[in-house]
Ligand binder design. Sequence first.
Ligand code: BDP
Length: 719
Amino acid sequence: MPKLIICFFLFCSIIPGKAEDGYRLWLRYDLIEDGARLQEYRARISSMLIVDENATMDVIKKELEHGLTGLLGQEIRNGTLADDHLLLVGTYGPNTILSERLTPNETQDLGSEGFTILSKVIDGKNITIITGLHDAGVLYGVFHFLRLLQTHQSIENLNIKIAPKIQVRILNHWDNLDRTVERGYAGFSIWNWHQLPEYIDPRYIDYARANASIGINGTVLTNVNANALILRPDYLRKVKALADVFRPFGIKVYLTARFSAPIELGGLETADPLDETVQQWWNEKIEEIYEQIPDFGGFVVKANSEGQPGPQNYNRSHADGANMLATALGPHGGIVMWRAFVYSNEEPEDRHKQANNEFIPLDGEFKSNVLIQVKNGAIDFQPREPFHPLFGALEKTPVMMEFQITQEYLGQGTHLAYLGSLWKEVLESDTYMQGKGSTVAKVIDGSLTDQYVTAMAGVANIGSDRNWTSHPFGQANWYAFGRLAWDHELSADWIADEWIRMTFGNDGDLLDKIKEMMSQSHEAVVNYMTPLGLHHIMGAGHHYGPGPWVDKMSRADWTSTYYHRADSLGIGFDRTQTGSDAISQYQRPVAKIFESREKCPEKYLLWFHHVGWKEKLASGKILWDELCLHYQEGVDQVQGFLDTWMTLRDQVDEERFDHVQSLLRIQLKEAKWWRDACISYFQQFSKLPIPDSVPVSEHDLEYYRNKKYPYAPGIRPRW
Ligand code: BDP
């Protein structure tokens, strides 16, 4: 390599303040700073040979060239099988160069997307092999290998064999065709419908690289509040262009299907799923899609919820609707992800109960290529929710997880909230569906039931912002979603560790400090927004900031007062038998814990119980004091994050340092806003003094109630 280039690499790596705009995400391939590791890697890999030829292998070659040149600071030449220190990459199908170099044991149980990475000595030559049965497996192996280098792991004696635990690992973009993003806080949609299919924005490729690097293999391009236009031929040509870009990265494209599309697009008079003309319309539409996109993944459907059309408009069931689409998609290998986030126009006595009420009677009636897509909790992506009771209730129907990566209820684009911890809490919850140990993770990965397909979806936080996710730490949530969908047994801490190393560097002090911030951040948000099981007390409509006073909306279960039920006696939603009895929807051993005032974990207390202001909690303090102290603790935690971050000035590049610093200041201001607004509001009911350690609110309640935020994302500013 010419001296000049080496100097350039060294130069880049020794300037701590080097500008970083976050565009590269975790795929930063700067020269390894650790001298010993660098030497090890350079000695181990001096050439590479990719044995197959196809579009995925081209992607692999580019990524390895880019990654290894950057990380090792030297070019990697194209090798031959005679080389010592060769990196040998490709599939291991029968009678291939690779199969000759592998024992059957080494490739056992890899499945269609798994990979193995092996250090071997063959004919006296050291080689490193990355292989899988299919191209996608090899691609995942290559990203894993690069991650080992990025996180400074040893690559001596590698004997790694990994396969994903869940089959469909998919992002749900809530992107509208006008490029606005529902609940998106990172700019506009990255899909440029106007310029597709002719112009392929390089962003699409970087998007696909990022997803493939964490094992995401599907993307739903459009909002669940669907627009039928996406199914029109001109739009389908645009979708095809994206599918063509993503295919080599192992990513399939899916769309949301508007149930009334046969009327809107097809000019039919009905969308009744049992009507033959309707079925015919969908069959033909689906044929048309597969002609363009032979590996089209299928549909996500939001039906009969929040005003969306669905089979119930025709007195048909969710199963009738889902099965109609599944029948048409089935022969092509497509699936239907039918959402359980339903709530009808008639208000039920507790929204918590509605999904179970509607879906349990249909258990066993869905075709095998239908999955019921269930949000992690029964209300709506709140900062903390107990797991959705449906996970423990559907025994004959595959259920899949829907997490929300975009932080609709967790500080939107400005709060640091690492969601790995939230998602792990849900995945590890025990449903007791088939006795102890029936965790949510096991329900969705198919280990409890024999299901045709398994899946996990995450509502994307990606937009046109240069750094993709608005908050630099929002990237960690995209990353964590992918890693958990691939392997839900990874710990939140482990995932954070990987992400920090790749995103900010491997320095031990930096790593410890950022990890500490991340690991506390979810709890901090819960503390200053919705402690002790409170939920749905945010501002109306835009869902930004506190709004515990919200009481008059077109339906009661959109208000805050419906959920917190504060009165002169106490606060909280009684979901025991004396209240809505939603607890009975959980399996008995779970219900027994939640319904007991003593056994119910305090983090869910006000979710399930109406508790007296002066009732004592585990700490010996009364509820009112605990509530106030939690709010204060949340504020203190954010202050702690800011203090910690300020000590990292010399270890983080200026651009990201300043950005995060500004955002933490906003978060601190807003944490105080939540605390003061909520305490002032609830104090009207408790009529108790605020504990001394909690500062007196800067403003009175009226101030908070009247506060307007015309700049909140998603709001159209008005006079
Ligand atoms: C809620 C969002 C709304 C979505 C809905 C859904 O506020 O914008 O359309 O969920 O998931 O959280 O369908």
